[in-house]
Structures are given as structure tokens and as C-alpha cells.
Design a protein around this ligand. Structure first.
Ligand code: ATP
Ligand code: MG
Length: 210
């Protein structure tokens, strides 16, 4: 099988023209993601169709198109539009019916919605990488995206300036102030993948969100 991409958590292989295999590098189970993605697909939210999940493996629809990061770097997409797209995706996700009957304020949260996890297909943006997904308060999902974007904006990579514009456009398009910022900071800080430098930058990111 052709290796299409190797991320921090998973390798993604092309099975054929229509399907990819996402295989966790570590000992993680994909069954939870399959259940969430299948429900979202049924409700009309743009996620890859899932075919099967077994232990570390998830077989899903193969998407064609650049990630939002690639589209930003190639200048096919402006930061302002990307920010609006992220806000639109969050609004759509959080408008779906509550998944747990006795928790009417809870929704499905992605908790990692950023430009690396959106593929721009000919049919529009599609959200991938549902490893963090769970139910909870939508404000936390929005704040996590805010913290991720602020984190990049606070760094010195070539993506820092676009991330600043993207964050501003995202917040504007949400039409309401960010809540849950403290909780989102703690959530990101708990990410075992962060380097020492990234942790220092994360503490600077909070200043961009007040
Ligand atoms: N359904 C798909 N169709 C085509 N390519 C895909 C699909 N899902 C993932 N990919 C490719 O694999 C890459 C990594 O996917 P994903 O984000 O799920 O893994 P990851 O290990 O979390 O990666 P990262 O550390 O970069 O977030 C994507 O950027 C994309 O290039
Ligand atoms: Mg990813």
C-alpha cells in the first residue's frame, strides 16, 4: 500500500482510489471514532465515510484535495476565508442534535479543529482526525481552536502571521466571545506531543485570547 501521509499519531495509506487506511502508530483503538464519524455522516456533517474499524485501523473514504494548511501556504486560500470556514464548520457541528438525551447542552466536540485537520475537496471542506472527539460544551471546542491558532500565532514560523489573521477572522465569524479558554489551555498543555519550546509558546498564546 502507498503511504500517503505520516502524522504524529497515525500513518495513512491508500488502499485504492476510493479508500484509505489510517493506522495508529501506538496502541489506540479506532472504534470510538468510527461510531462518532458514522453518526456525523448520517446527520450530513462533512466527514469521510467510514467503512470499518478494527483495533488500530480505520478504513475510510479517500478524500482528494489540499489540507487547509496546504491551501494557505500555496495562497489558494486567504487566511480570512479559512477563519470563516473553521467558524462555519464549528457552527454546523454544534447545531446538530445533542447526542446524550439527559445532557441537552452537550454536543459532539472535535477538540482539534485546525487547518491541518480540514481537507478542501471539490465538494467543500471535510473534517478529518476525530481522535479527540467526545461530547461536551461547544464553548470548549471553540476555545481549543482559539488556543491552537493563538499558539501558532505566538510562534515564529511562517504560519504565525496567517494564524493571527485566521484567528481574528474565526472569532469575528463566531459572533460571540470565546469562553472556556482556561480549560482549553489545560487541555492543550496535557498533549504529550508538545515539545519544551511549544510549551513556552503556549503560555504566550493565552495573551492573544483575552
Ligand atoms: N480520508 C482521507 N483521505 C485522504 N487523505 C487523508 C485522509 N485522512 C487523512 N489523510 C491524510 O493524512 C494526513 C494525516 O491525517 P490525520 O490528521 O488523520 O493523522 P495524524 O496522525 O493526526 O496527523 P497530524 O499529526 O498531522 O495531525 C492528512 O493531513 C491527510 O494528508
Ligand atoms: Mg491530524
Amino acid at each position: 500500500m502507498e503511504l500517503l501521509a505520516s502524522g504524529r499519531d497515525a500513518d495513512v495509506y491508500a488502499i485504492d482510489r476510493d479508500r484509505v487506511l489510517r493506522r495508529y502508530k501506538g496502541n489506540r483503538n479506532s472504534a470510538g471514532e468510527k461510531t462518532i464519524m458514522a453518526r456525523l455522516h448520517t446527520l450530513g456533517f462533512p466527514v469521510p465515510r467510514v467503512y470499518s474499524a478494527r483495533q488500530r485501523d480505520l478504513i475510510m473514504e479517500r478524500l482528494y484535495g489540499p489540507t487547509m494548511v496546504e491551501a494557505l501556504v500555496s495562497r489558494d486560500l486567504e487566511a480570512e476565508r479559512a477563519g470563516e470556514m473553521l467558524a462555519e464548520l464549528h457552527k454546523r457541528l454544534h447545531k446538530l442534535p445533542p447526542p446524550v438525551p439527559n445532557k441537552p447542552d452537550h454536543r459532539v466536540l472535535h477538540l482539534d479543529l485546525h487547518p491541518g485537520n480540514v481537507i478542501i475537496t471539490s465538494k467543500g471542506p471535510v473534517v478529518i482526525d476525530w481522535r479527540n472527539a467526545r461530547t461536551g460544551e461547544p464553548g470548549l471546542d471553540r476555545a481549543v481552536t482559539g488556543v491552537i491558532l493563538a499558539h501558532v500565532a505566538a510562534g515564529d514560523s511562517i504560519l504565525a502571521a496567517p494564524a493571527r489573521d485566521l484567528l481574528a477572522a474565526y472569532r469575528e465569524a463566531l459572533g460571540e466571545p470565546l469562553s472556556h479558554v482556561r480549560e482549553a489551555m489545560a487541555f492543550r498543555a496535557a498533549d504529550a506531543h508538545l515539545t519544551e519550546e511549544e510549551r513556552n509558546e503556549l503560555s504566550r498564546a493565552e495573551a492573544l485570547l483575552v
